[in-house]
Design a protein around this ligand. Structure first.
Ligand SMILES: Nc1ncnc2c1ncn2[C@@H]1O[C@H](COP(=O)(O)OP(=O)(O)OP(=O)(O)O)[C@@H](O)[C@H]1O
Length: 891
């Protein structure tokens, strides 16, 4: 029996964009018998030998002898050639592939056994490790020659089949440290797609899974395993048919569990190795249930590797992960710092309500950089992304958060990776593992939940041997506790000051944008609420204190004129400030601002782009700045600290500022043909009170009563204007309709006169009483009677339907007439230009002419009918004469 057997499997990626599923299965199909395949090639079915016989057909060879040679068809014998038919040998016999691999595997196993005696420091290159040729080629092709510390330390253990729990700084090459032993294990065990799923790599974040998958594709390029990436999406059933072909799966926990529970074809019984990247997060509370189900479904006999920059040492976790006698491998345990060497870490203290303008200014001064900004919530990212896009920063702004569609997430991530200068606003989905090239700055605008999160976030820069900078923004209440936590965990962080003159005020611009885009305002409200909720839910109450936030000022900093009500906070605020006091109601007082001088004008110029060195400074540099500063006294400083008493910020003051700026939104300016400004009388303030007010000097603030009077007067004038306009329009419409009617009547008189008269006559005759009836019949037939009855019925029906259609037409005429005057004039124009339209027009005229004729006929009919009734009163001979006359006319 001939079967199709998938044998040779190469790595490649087939992307199903819809359900975000990347496939890497490419099979060369071999035709042969099942016995041949599994019997003779059972040792390594992925390698088959093809021969071509004299008929040019391809066969799988059946015996050992045949496998040694490749044969081609012989050229035709020349005439007179008497020699023996001999096969021409084109190639030298090739050594059997499986034998070469078997030899290599044996040698690798021997070398691996000796690894126990190897000191990791002596492993200067990957070649010194017992790695297959295919892996070494893959590594060399991507310029991985010298292993990093964690790679050396962990590889000498994991290649021996030991369970490893590895920890190393961010960007130290942990991905290769687990991808290499996985490939080697499957290679040594001669894994093929017939063997099914051999290894699983689990990671908590989709982007990270995608990244690991691409590293696997690079290093495992020469291998013949199939691998798949399953990171969630809609079409699970599409994956069903493919997932069982995979030898390696890179996945997120949720999706893997979904396959394990729902997919009947999915089989994990043969899994040889389980790898948890970002193991501490995988084993954390957030994934607890999912991970427990997954781990229960995997075979106990397997190798387990756990990797993270912030590794778990909780024995319970390790037992749960199924580690057997794991060896801890902490590459930087004795290192002075927890974070990478090339990372420069600093923090600034900034009020929550000053963060927006700080961010704006920071980016403005670092336009020639690649910046990753971390926020606490998706809603903040969403709002900031949209508002920054609207404010047109002059630098590519991107966003990445869990609420985005997966395809958009991937596109943003790829875009940021590819860009030289850009800013990416992200939540903690981008905090772990992502290896984004050349990030210059990591700005943690919202304080991280804990030190672990800080380490991962900051680790997105200064990766491998590169350098980078991390800046943490802390509110005054967060500062002390957070800094002490960071320093106790060996994180060298330095406080720096912001040059206050380089802070650009942005909230006026933001307010203007929000007044234009209502959806943005809603987003701002959501961002405001989400941030407060997030702070309120933080476990570490020593660091995070939601009641310390000045809600009014914070809301205003986001561009919100009115502070949204936060119900869950009201209770807390009452507890803290007493029954009738809360921060929402407190007078808006800036608390000792770090960002004091706010320069409105500076933000508009592009000259202030620089390398950012002037923007931030250490305390020492700060003195120098202050001396060098040339403070712009023209600028309005709404939060300038006053000597002694601090200036109050009132809504009236803000409104006044807006008035002074003369910012007008949603204004349409119309010019006439000569370029003169066309004033819309309805938009002009013409009332007496308004004129009076503009003449008077406004003495600060807004006079609500006066404005009310003006509004009332203006409203009255507006209504008058509107009524006049409506009246004029009505008159115009009437005139037009009258004119139209007259024209139609003239035309109809000429064209339809005869026809209508015939119709009228016909109708009259039809409706007249049968002379036989009137004058008595001599042997009239039933048929005639029936005909007549049905005729009269028909006549009635027609009359009814005419009336209906007549009414409908009239209605529709009226409607169209009323609807749009302009459209009428447009139709006129079209009539002149288009012949078709003309034809249509004439058809219309005919129809209306006919209608009028029918109308007139109806009138005549009614008159005649009346006459007919009168006929009864006539003397019999006169009735007879009239009937005869009418009958003659009929024939
Ligand atoms: N041996 C090596 N030689 C050269 N570059 C390497 C080597 N190993 C890893 N790298 C590079 O180092 C960078 C960081 O590697 P990787 O992403 O594996 O770090 P990581 O330790 O997993 O970081 P994180 O903790 O953030 O997940 C990558 O760009 C990778 O290409």
């Amino acid at each position: 029996m001939s079967v199709l057997v998938g044998s040779t499997v190469k790595m490649c990626a087939l992307v199903n964009s819809e359900d975000v599923f990347w496939w890497v299965v490419k099979m060369s199909v071999v035709v042969g018998s099942e016995d041949e395949f599994f019997g003779k090639n059972s040792e390594h079915p992925s390698h088959s030998v093809f021969t071509m016989d004299e008929d040019n057909t391809t066969n799988v060879l059946k015996d050992k002898e045949k496998k040694k040679t490749f044969t081609v068809p012989m050229p035709k014998k020349k005439k007179g050639f008497k020699g023996k038919k001999k096969q021409q040998q084109m190639f030298k016999p090739k050594p059997k592939q499986t034998n070469i691999e078997q030899d290599e595997i044996t040698s690798l196993q021997e070398r691996t056994a000796k690894l126990a005696e190897v000191n990791w420091e002596e492993v200067e290159s990957f070649d010194k490790l017992p790695l297959s040729k295919k892996t070494r080629l893959g590594l060399r092709e991507h310029k991985f020659t010298v292993p990093t510390k964690i790679q050396r330390q962990s590889l000498i253990l994991s290649l021996r089949g030991i369970d490893v729990v590895a920890a190393a700084k961010t960007g130290s090459g942990k991905t290769l440290a687990f991808v290499i032993p996985m490939l080697e294990l499957l290679y040594i065990r001669k894994w093929t797609n017939v063997d099914g799923l051999g290894a699983i790599i689990l990671t908590p974040v989709r982007e990270l899974a995608y990244q690991i998958f691409s590293v696997l594709n690079k290093v495992g390029k020469k291998h013949e395993f199939s691998a798949g990436l399953i990171i969630g999406g809609k079409d699970l059933k599409y994956e069903w048919s493919l997932v069982h072909n995979c030898n390696i799966l890179v996945c997120t926990p949720g999706r893997l569990l979904q396959h394990m529970t729902e997919n009947p074809d999915f089989d994990t019984d043969n899994v040889q190795m389980l790898i948890l990247d970002e193991a501490d997060q995988c084993l954390s509370m957030g994934f607890a249930d999912t991970m427990n189900y997954i781990l229960e479904g995997l075979p106990q006999e397997r190798q387990t590797l756990l990797f993270s920059a912030t590794q778990t040492r909780d024995v319970k976790d390790l037992v749960r992960a199924g580690c057997h006698n794991p060896v801890f491998c902490s590459a930087h345990e004795n290192s002075k710092t927890t974070t990478p060497k090339g990372l420069k870490e600093s923090y600034v203290v900034c009020e929550v309500h000053d963060k927006f303008q700080f961010l704006w200014s920071f980016i403005k001064y670092h336009k020639k950089h690649k910046i990753l900004v971390f926020f606490a919530t998706c809603k903040q990212v969403q709002y900031m992304y949209h508002i920054f896009c609207k404010l047109q920063l002059g630098l590519t702004v991107l966003a990445l958060h869990g609420g985005m569609h997966q395809l958009r997430r991937m596109a943003m991530y790829d875009d940021f990776c590819a860009k030289k200068f850009a800013v990416l606003f992200a939540t903690d989905v981008a905090a772990r593992g992502l290896d984004i090239p050349a990030v210059d700055w990591v700005l943690q605008l919202d304080c991280p939940e804990d030190v672990t999160t800080y380490v991962h976030r900051a680790g997105r820069t200064a990766r491998y041997s590169n350098s980078g900078q991390s800046l943490l923004v802390l509110s005054p209440t967060e500062e002390t506790e957070m800094v002490s936590k960071l320093t106790t965990k060996n994180i060298p962080i330095e406080k720096i000051e912001v040059d206050p003159n380089r802070i650009h005020t942005i909230h006026i611009k933001v307010e203007v944008v929000l007044s234009k885009y209502n959806n943005l305002k809603e987003e701002a409200v959501r961002a405001f609420k989400a941030y407060l909720k997030n702070i309120a839910l933080m476990k570490d109450k020593k660091v995070f204190d939601v009641t310390s936030i000045n809600l009014n000022v914070f809301a205003r900093s986001l561009g919100l004129g009115v502070t949204p009500r936060i119900r869950f906070l009201e209770k807390k605020l009452k507890q803290k400030f007493g029954s009738d006091k809360s921060t929402t109601n407190k007078p808006l007082q800036p608390q000792k601002p770090t960002l004091t001088t706010l320069n409105f004008n500076a933000g508009d110029s592009d000259d202030d782009e620089d390398d950012g060195n002037d923007f931030l400074s250490t305390a020492k540099d700060q003195k120098k700045y202050l001396n060098d500063l040339d403070v712009d006294t023209n600028t309005i400083i709404h939060e300038e600290p006053m000597k002694g008493k601090e200036k109050m910020i009132t809504k009236a003051a803000v409104a006044k500022k807006l008035l002074k700026k003369n910012l007008q939104i949603n204004t349409r300016i119309v010019f006439d043909d000569e370029g003169e400004l066309v004033m819309d009388p309805t938009k002009q303030q013409v009332s007496q009170a308004a004129r009076q007010m503009t003449a008077e000097e406004v003495d600060g603030g807004i006079n609500i009563d006066q404005l009310k009077v003006i509004m009332r007067e203006e409203d009255h004038i507006d209504k008058k204007l509107h009524a006049e306009k409506a009246k004029l329009n009505k008159i115009k419409r009437k005139e037009k309709a009258k004119k139209k009617k007259e024209e139609e009547e003239d035309e109809d008189m000429v064209e339809e006169d005869e026809e209508s008269e015939d119709d009228a006559l016909q109708t009259i005759i039809d409706e007249l009483p049968d002379p036989d009836k009137v004058f008595g019949s001599g042997g009239d037939s039933d048929e005639d009677e029936e005909e007549e009855d049905s005729d009269s019925e028909r006549g009635e029906q027609e009359e009814d339907s005419d009336n209906e259609s007549g009414e409908e037409d009239e209605d529709s005429d009226n409607e169209s007439g009323e609807e749009d005057e302009d459209s009428d004039s447009e139709t006129d124009d079209e009539e002149v230009t288009s012949e078709d339209e003309e034809a249509k027009g004439s058809d219309k005229t005919k129809v209306s002419g006919k209608r009028q004729a029918r109308q007139r006929a109806r009138e005549v009919k009614r008159a005649r009918l009346a006459q007919t009734n009168d006929l009864q009163t006539l003397p019999v001979d006169e009735q007879e004469q009239l009937a005869l006359f009418l009958l003659r006319g009929r024939t």
